[in-house]
Design a protein. Structure first.
Length: 94
C-alpha cells in the first residue's frame, strides 16, 4: 500500500499487537516503521483519540507540516472573507 494513498480497508491499517513493557514501552512493528518511515530517534506525537478508545500516533515533522499548511489555509480563507465583507469606501461624487 502506498503511504500517500488512504486505505478504505481496516485490515490494511492493522500492523499487529504490541505488549506494553513494565516501563510503559511499546515496540512499533517493523512493517509499520518501514511503511511510515519511522527511524530511531524520531519524535512521535501521541494523542488520545476523541472517543477515548485508544491512542493516535503521528510523526512530529508530519504533524508540523500539516499544522503549517492548515494555518496558511486559515489565513488565506480569513483574508478572502475579510475582503469580501469589508465595506467599500464611498466614492466622492462631484
Amino acid at each position: 500500500m502506498n503511504k500517500n494513498t488512504p486505505s478504505s480497508n481496516w485490515s490494511d491499517c492493522l500492523y499487529g499487537i504490541a505488549t506494553m513493557g513494565e516501563r510503559g514501552q511499546l515496540v512499533i512493528p517493523i512493517e509499520a516503521r518501514k511503511e511510515m518511515g519511522l527511524n530511531p530517534g524520531e519524535k512521535i506525537i501521541i494523542l488520545k483519540h476523541p472517543s477515548e478508545a485508544g491512542l493516535v500516533l503521528f510523526k512530529a515533522d508530519t504533524m508540523r507540516e500539516f499544522m503549517t499548511a492548515m494555518l496558511e489555509k486559515l489565513d488565506h480563507s480569513e483574508a478572502q472573507t475579510s475582503a469580501s465583507t469589508d465595506p467599500k469606501p464611498e466614492e466622492d461624487t462631484p
